[in-house]
Design a protein around this ligand. Structure first.
Ligand SMILES: [Zn+2]
Length: 213
């Protein structure tokens, strides 16, 4: 028995309506592209204000991060960030991606629909897409001390607290401004001894050796 075209279309429409919101809205997140030019002894990031808006973070926060990561000083002025020294676009973009990975992208579902919320003086990255929550390291000077203490080098053994599980099933831990991805089937809440296998910007990769707690 054939169904008429009318019925078929109605059924399709109905099926679409019944899809969960997440499936309908699903599209790959594309990071905004930093645009910059070198002018004399300075580098001008022309769209910093726009970029900050696009990722729903303050230009202040992004400025602080970039200046620290690039190891320079600068001024934010009417949407532009003017920094001392010469930096290539890809260098700045790379730092910006590190910022996204740490302060914007949800480590659980990979979506950028997140907010930073503060509870009991601890900042969390709260995801509006999947509802997960992850503690964040700050960008303030006080956390830089922690960062200095933890200089990951390949082969080094570290002890970390797993605070969440990443997209690919890796355990995720934080130390200062670093995110440590631990392989080897570790779970949230565990204290783990791990060996550093690699590092990329503020991301550190490690292999679990022993579960301590
Ligand atoms: Zn999420």
């Amino acid at each position: 028995m054939a169904i008429s075209d009318y019925d078929y279309n109605t059924l399709l429409e109905k099926a679409y309506e019944e899809l969960p919101e997440k499936v309908k809205e699903h599209s790959r997140f594309e990071a905004p592209i930093i645009s910059s030019i070198i002018q004399g002894k300075l580098t001008v990031i022309q769209n910093l204000g726009e970029v900050a808006k696009a990722i729903n973070r303050t230009h202040d926060m992004l400025t602080k991060w970039l200046l620290r990561e690039l190891g320079t000083s600068g001024v934010f002025e009417s949407g532009h960030l003017v920094v001392k020294g010469h930096f290539r676009q890809h260098q700045i973009q790379e730092k910006f991606i590190a910022f996204l990975n740490q302060y914007v992208i949800c480590p659980e579902c990979g979506r950028p629909d997140t907010k930073i919320v503060k509870e009991d003086r601890v900042n969390f990255l709260k995801c509006e897409a999947c509802g997960s929550r992850h503690p964040l390291g700050g960008i303030k000077a006080s956390t830089r001390k922690v960062e200095k203490k933890f200089k990951p080098s390949v082969g080094e053994e570290i002890i970390v607290d797993i605070t969440s599980t990443g997209k690919k099933g890796d355990g995720v831990a934080h130390s200062g401004d670093y995110i440590i991805y631990v392989r080897g089937g570790v779970r949230r809440g565990q204290k783990v001894k791990a060996k550093v296998t690699g590092a990329q910007g503020t991301r550190v990769f490690a292999q679990a050796m022993e579960i301590l707690e």
